[in-house]
Design a protein around this ligand. Structure first.
Ligand code: G1P
Length: 908
């Protein structure tokens, strides 16, 4: 990929390590650190950011993006040079006001560690600070500070760690900040400062607290500090501040010793290390362990484990190896260091989101740790690509969240398959939720061919809500069992196929006045939350139409595998109307009535009766529905603006008005409204061309060279859809360059065979992301770009999973087909800028597979066919002129553990 002027960071190896000069001159950058034990940190170039185990267990002060440039409560480490305070993080009043004048700062970061190097020219002191969360089972963040004298005179230094310990729930940031400090019991440990609150009070009520928060420290040989200043008010001194603190200014501060205790104050880990004389060329290490400890935890053992230069280096090397291995299963090689390195960071992102949800990084200040249904399934999609874990049980578990009314539990627990009843008195049903499980499940089936998953049984979720969140089931009370039962009291189970049917059949009948599926509490766009009554989503009606046809095919695949009939809960029968009592699909009333009867039927306990149905008949029913919906959208929702230029209407608003189309204030067009008709194959080739033209005219931004989510609907006569249209135009869900939908636009165009346009979109997103002068983000794809081109909400975004999925399955064409492998590349010549061959390493059928495409003539999709093919150097005969090559499961299973497939692309 041609990157004219790489700016900002650059990679310094092929392992994703990047370097950035003077990173502190960027106000909103941050970096994630975490492990599978649940420790989650964010860190900025000035070592600001927080560390926590969850919403209710913050070790460091919780930060939002706007707190990042206020570095006062950041991790800090002081070296008093000749009596003058100097901060290794640049957080002293003099350094802050002097930024960039005396100090050269370099950031290096990799998977998953963060290193800042700061050099104070006048004194010759260099500080190197490495932070990482070790890839083990400890809930700690480690910080190693190395002070080196690169000057010509011996330096006399007083090293002092200064890390404020928040030790409570993020809710207490404003709510009872002071009163919650009265719960704090602060103790000096031989190696550091600990806080154990007596109780917690937050939204969970008053509870006895068991957790201890603390910072332990030692020098590189394991020697403890010589004393402590454990209270913030003593550390800063009257009138002082954290960036000019009394405890650092004073030559001989009064130090506390181990076992000193204090009750009811704000705490800081003020760890004073003995004065050192550092001769020119000499270095001294300090190790800090920032941790959240459980009862009975042996803290001395932690010092043993990490508290020496050797041991912390070992922990760092293990952490780096852990992440390299984890990310090593998917690797693109365009022989383009910047693009390939960037893709490695995109590969990390779905892992981060699976561990952090949409919470715990500074921009995600709305998240409390819960995970959304839609994101849960899309993160699994990435897991299928990037990890070799037991995805089947995760898939199965997640289906336990489906309600019999087609909606689903919205509070997702931490354990796979754990769902909780909604405590919210205003329940919200997102109408798109039913579509995502099939996308992920289909990918699983394509990769494995394991159709048995569709026959596996799972329970259904129930709570106090019925009728898709419209009514309350008074027979159920909070704290009750969340498994749906039959009148007999037995837990109801249904196959995974049945769960999928429940989601899609209910949606099909749940139409509004235009015979389009109702918007309810929103769809993919979380900001469309104010049109529950009359709103309709054409976009996701198209997605349901496509899914209905996929489901129909899956039924036939089961028939092909010898499963002619299956048992279903009898309640579902009326929704499979073509089998007995057809509904007039043109009639909104008829559909609503059929659904209403069904929702009444399943509001409480089920009959428990099962019926056997022919899968061929079910498949036929689904095809009828898919065809009807497809034709309906195509006819009713197409807007022909002028010859050769048109697009689909995406929505009806709260007043039943069509949203997209010509308008007195200018054309209204949404990208979402196009993506799903394209993806589902509803758009004809002519319509696809017309959509591309319209998108280029109305959504494409010439400056940022990317597409917006929607045109500016103005302020007067807004479409009444939701809060998104209260957002400033160009931001977030109102017309931003929203990566997730943009990537899905590319995916949809690939599906239609428009590889050139699709790759242009993927390439554009990369260019925007990597253009550091504008995006000001580290490598990776952000949720969106604001009108100034700044990358917003980096790391935690579903767009990462979709970017990888699109590049792998569409561009590189590495597709599964119910267990067989199909290579159907849709590559374009821009992908062969650096080299005439590009490759991808992935996993298929438990084998490491490297696929290389040789394209000596640098041809684009449409101009090439598959030429010669070799598998581990053995030539495979292929017929001339084909555009894809297939390997059956039997063939693949005969392959060894490592497979190299080379595919030549020849002129057609
Ligand atoms: C976020 C949410 C996603 C939602 C989207 C649009 O996108 O996580 O569930 O559909 O906003 O409202 P993401 O952060 O995944 O890019």
């Amino acid at each position: 990929m041609n990157t004219a002027h790489p700016s900002g960071w650059h990679f310094i190896d092929s392992q994703g390590t990047f370097e950035l000069q003077n990173p502190q001159q960027n106000s909103y950058v941050y970096f994630p650190l975490l492990n599978q034990a649940g420790m989650m940190s964010s860190i900025t170039p000035r070592l600001n950011g927080d560390a926590k185990l969850g919403q209710n267990a913050f070790l460091l002060l919780p930060v939002s993006a706007e707190d990042l440039h206020n570095t006062r409560s950041a991790r800090n480490f002081w070296a008093r040079i000749k009596g003058q305070p100097w901060s290794v993080s640049g957080n002293s009043a003099t350094q802050i006001s002097n930024t960039g004048l005396d100090e050269q700062v370099t950031l290096q970061a990799g998977f998953l560690w963060h290193k800042i190097d700061r050099h104070d020219a006048p004194s010759g002191l260099r500080a190197t600070v490495i932070n990482f969360v070790p890839a083990d089972d400890q809930s700690v963040e480690l910080m190693q500070v190395t002070l080196s004298n690169q000057g010509e005179e011996t330096l006399t230094l007083d090293p002092i760690a200064a890390i404020p310990i928040f030790a409570r729930s993020a809710d207490n940031l404003r709510d009872h900040r002071h009163v919650s400090s009265l719960l704090h019991r602060t103790t000096c440990h031989p190696y550091g400062v600990l806080v154990k609150p007596t109780m917690t009070f937050d939204e969970r009520g008053h509870q006895e607290n068991q957790t201890t928060y603390g910072v332990l420290g030692c020098d590189g040989d394991g020697h403890p500090p010589q004393g402590f200043t454990p209270l913030v008010e003593d550390f800063i001194g009257e009138g002082g501040s954290l960036d000019w603190p009394a405890a650092v200014l004073t030559d001989q501060p009064v130090l506390q010793q181990p076992d000193s205790t204090f009750e009811g104050y704000e705490t800081i880990a003020g760890l004073h290390f003995p004065r050192i004389n550092l001769a020119p060329g000499q270095s001294q290490h300090y190790i800090l362990i920032l941790g959240i400890f459980q009862p009975g935890q042996n803290l001395e053992a932690l010092i043993e484990q990490y508290g020496s230069e050797q041991n912390i280096s070992k922990a760092l090397a293990e952490t780096q190896a852990f992440w390299q291995e984890k990310l090593g299963t998917l690797r693109f090689d365009h022989q383009d260091e910047r693009y390939d390195g960037w893709l490695q960071w995109v590969t990390l992102q779905p892992v981060l989101r699976r561990l952090m949800g949409n919470s715990f990084l500074p921009y995600h200040d709305y998240g409390r740790g819960g995970r959304g249904w839609r994101d849960l399934w899309q993160d699994l999609l990435a897991l299928l690509i990037t990890e070799q874990t037991d995805v089947e049980s995760l898939l199965l578990g997640n289906y336990a969240g489906v309600r019999m009314d087609g909606s689903n539990a919205t509070i997702v627990g931490l354990q796979p398959g754990e769902f909780k009843a909604d405590r919210n008195s205003i329940p919200r049903v997102w109408m798109d939720h039913g579509t995502w499980p099939l996308v992920t499940t289909k990918r699983y089936l394509d990769l494995t061919g394991n159709l048995d998953l569709l026959l596996a049984e799972q329970t259904y979720f129930r709570d106090h809500l019925s009728h898709r969140g419209q009514r309350v089931n008074h027979q159920w009370s909070q704290g009750g069992d969340t498994a749906l039962r039959a009148v007999s009291g037995e837990v109801v189970k249904g196959t995974i196929l049945e769960h999928l049917l429940v989601q899609h059949l209910t949606a099909f009948f749940n139409v509004g006045e235009h015979n389009i599926i109702r918007l309810e509490g929103g769809d993919w766009n979380d900001g469309l939350d104010m049109a529950a009554e009359r709103g309709e989503s054409v976009a996701f009606s198209a997605m349901y139409a496509g899914n209905l046809s996929i489901l129909s095919d899956l039924c036939m695949a089961l028939v092909g595998a010898g499963v002619d009939e299956m048992q279903f809960n009898d309640a579902l029968y009326p929704l499979l109307d073509q089998l007995s009592n057809p509904v007039d699909y043109d009639s909104v009333d008829a559909k609503q009535n059929r659904l209403a009867a069904y929702l009444d039927d399943v509001r409480g306990a089920l009959s428990g009766k099962k019926i056997r149905l022919s899968l061929e008949a079910v498949s036929h029913d689904l095809t009828q529905k898919a065809n009807w919906l497809t034709a309906h959208i195509k006819e009713q929702e197409w807007i022909e603006a002028e010859p050769g230029l048109g697009w689909f209407n995406g929505y009806y608003d709260a007043e039943g008005r069509r949203v997209d189309g010509k308008h007195s204030q200018g054309a209204r067009m949404s990208m979402t409204g196009q993506v799903f008709p394209l993806m589902a194959g509803i758009a004809s080739e002519e319509q696809t061309q017309a959509i591309i033209q319209a998108a280029n005219r109305y959504l494409y931004d010439q400056d940022l060279k990317s597409y917006r989510l929607n045109t500016n609907f103005g302020t007067a006569d807004l479409p009444k859809l939701g809060r998104a249209f209260g957002f400033a135009y160009g931001h977030k869900e109102n017309g931003a360059f929203f990566s997730h939908m943009t990537v899905m636009f590319a995916y949809a165009l690939y599906r239609q065979g428009h590889a050139q346009e699709a790759y242009h979109i993927l390439g554009g997103l990369y260019q925007l992301s990597q253009d550091f002068d504008q995006s000001r983000i580290y490598p990776g794809i952000p949720e969106y770009f604001n009108p100034r081109g700044r990358g917003m909400y980096p790391y935690l975004t579903g767009s990462a999973a979709w970017y990888l999925f699109t590049l792998l399955t569409e561009s590189f064409g590495v597709q599964g087909n119910l267990g067989s492998l199909c290579l159907a590349p849709k590559l374009v010549k821009d992908q062969f800028v650096q080299s005439d061959h590009i490759s991808v390493k992935t996993v298929f059928a438990h084998r490491d597979v490297v696929i290389t495409y040789n394209n000596p003539s640098r041809l684009s999709f449409g101009a090439y066919c598959i030429g010669d093919v070799t598998v581990n150097d053995t030539e495979i005969p292929v017929p001339p002129g084909i555009d894809s090559v297939h390997f059956t499961r039997e063939e693949i299973e005969a392959w060894p553990e490592h497979v190299v497939i080379k595919v030549g692309l020849s002129p057609l």
